[in-house]
Design a protein around this ligand. Structure first.
Ligand code: ADP
Ligand code: ASP
Ligand code: MG
Length: 434
């Protein structure tokens, strides 16, 4: 019987160098002959490097071309370890870098987000060229697919919204026939295209979402995200000791945790999978035999406490200038403005004359301050963004809360049956005068 489609996603950490690409190839060997869509992110920290290039160009610092040269050299070094001299992949990769050079040769585009997407998308375009070529040379025939021919979005740059009908149609008419030919189909995470053929991106860390879009559109049997951790853990191992792996998670639990900053999966990933009951596995590319975490329907386990920490928060305290109550009509105005500035609200609390709201504060843009300025005529806004983080705890215990509060000032706290959320700040340490 014909095997059903699986979708794999390999993130930047898995392909950060030549050894990583070889390891991914090793994992894929055992799936040779299976219908498989492979979604790959930019190598290592390439997207961060490309963001620096965007900013250099936007601020006209003149450093853009040099930064791009360095990034290109890093990719060439990886290719030198993987390919013979003169391999056609060098030209493919070079063409993508040349396209970025052209953007840098022009005046910065007036729409920052548009320019961002045209430059930053290069990371996935080159990584996929390299991985697809390497797999093919290693005897695993692989079709390179341009994700922009499949994923159609609106023209909200840096956060493209998927146009599902057209995307499903494209997946069936373009990706499926490629799969039917045999061989793997390998494509870019994170990127899409508008109807006018301009490149868009789906939001930072969006490659997981890309894999979910393909799983949904092509009715995948399962999706697997390959990570540098054994699976989904009870907290970020870079922040907490003694975290343990969760063997099984419900879609609901996964959505709750990732939305509030569990960096292990992009929050938009779960919904398309849930709609078709497609199971999601999070597995380790370091130990591919490990069981990983299963995320799917019908999981109603008792969960241990799980913690997500989202840094870079801003707490806004909004009050009316005329001392009137913050009533419904104010709320409706404020929420419309919040939506207009695309601020992600993580927590809110209101009293009679003020409204406190905690939002993500992206250092790249200045949306929080712009929002405050926009409403300044009618509302006084006090912004606190110094060292603030949002801590979300599911299935909390008194001990977990106590541990989390240590050394912190809790600015706002909210508690429901299963969840505690706190906006916290480091306690400033006192220093003796010399
Ligand atoms: P990728 O290369 O696939 O994009 P990331 O580096 O973005 O991977 O994400 C993997 C990292 O997420 C892990 O190395 C880990 O430090 C971090 N992480 C944060 N929260 C969790 C969690 N709850 N479980 C597992 N890993 C987590
Ligand atoms: N390369 C993109 C990023 O770093 C997308 C991703 O890795 O998921 O944000
Ligand atoms: Mg990532």
């Amino acid at each position: 019987m014909k095997k059903k489609l699986k979708v794999f996603k390999f993130g930047g950490a898995s392909v950060k160098d030549a050894a990583g690409v070889k390891n991914v190839t090793q994992i894929l060997r055992s799936y040779q002959g299976d219908p498989l869509v492979i979604v790959v992110s930019a190598m290592g920290k390439t997207t961060d490097a490309l963001e620096r290039i965007v900013n250099a160009h936007s601020n006209k610092t003149g450093e853009g071309p040099k930064l791009l040269e360095d990034l290109k050299a890093a990719h060439y070094q990886i290719m030198d370890e993987l390919f013979e001299k003169g391999d056609p992949v060098y030209d493919e990769v070079n063409d993508t870098f040349v396209a970025v050079e052209w953007v840098l040769d022009e005046e910065p585009h007036e729409n920052y987000d548009f320019m961002y997407d045209q430059i930053v998308s290069a990371g996935e375009l080159v990584s996929t060229r390299i991985v697809a070529a390497y797999l093919t040379r290693q005897g695993l025939p692989t079709h390179w697919l341009d994700a922009r021919d499949i994923i159609l979005t609106d023209d909200i740059y840096r956060e493209g919204w998927v146009q599902w009908e057209q995307t499903i149609e494209n997946a069936r008419s373009i990706a499926q026939p490629l799969l039917d030919k045999g061989g793997f189909v390998l494509t870019q995470g994170f990127i899409g295209s508008t109807t006018e053929n301009f490149t868009t991106t789906l939001g930072r860390e969006g490659s997981d979402y890309t894999a979910a879009i393909f799983s949904f559109c092509l009715d995948g049997e399962s999706m697997t995200i390959w990570k540098d951790v054994p699976g989904v853990l009870t907290g970020d191992p870079r922040i907490f000791e003694n975290v343990t792996k969760l063997d099984r998670l419900s879609y609901r639990e996964a959505i709750e945790m990732t939305y509030y900053g569990a960096k292990v999966i992009h929050p938009k990933t779960i919904k398309p999978l849930q709609n078709k009951s497609i199971p999601l596995y999070v597995k380790s590319f370091i130990n591919p035999e490990g069981e990983g975490t299963f995320i799917g329907p019908d999981v109603d386990d008792l969960y241990p406490p799980m913690v997500a920490v989202e840094k870079n928060q801003a707490l806004m305290n909004i009050s009316t200038r005329d001392f009137s109550f913050v009533a419904e009509h104010h709320m409706s105005f404020l929420f419309n403005k919040i939506a207009e500035y695309r601020l992600q609200v993580n927590l809110m609390q209101n009293t009679a004359i003020s409204f406190a709201v905690c939002v993500n504060n992206n250092s790249l843009d200045d949306k929080v301050r712009q929002f405050a300025q926009d409403i300044d005529k009618d509302f006084k806004v006090l912004i606190d963004s110094e060292g603030l983080e949002l801590i979300t705890v599911r299935h909390y215990t008194p001990q977990t809360l106590e541990m989390l509060r240590q050394g912190k000032i809790i600015m706002v706290e909210e508690r429901t049956k299963n969840t505690v959320q706190m906006v916290a700040k480091e306690v400033p340490t006192m220093k003796r005068k010399a």
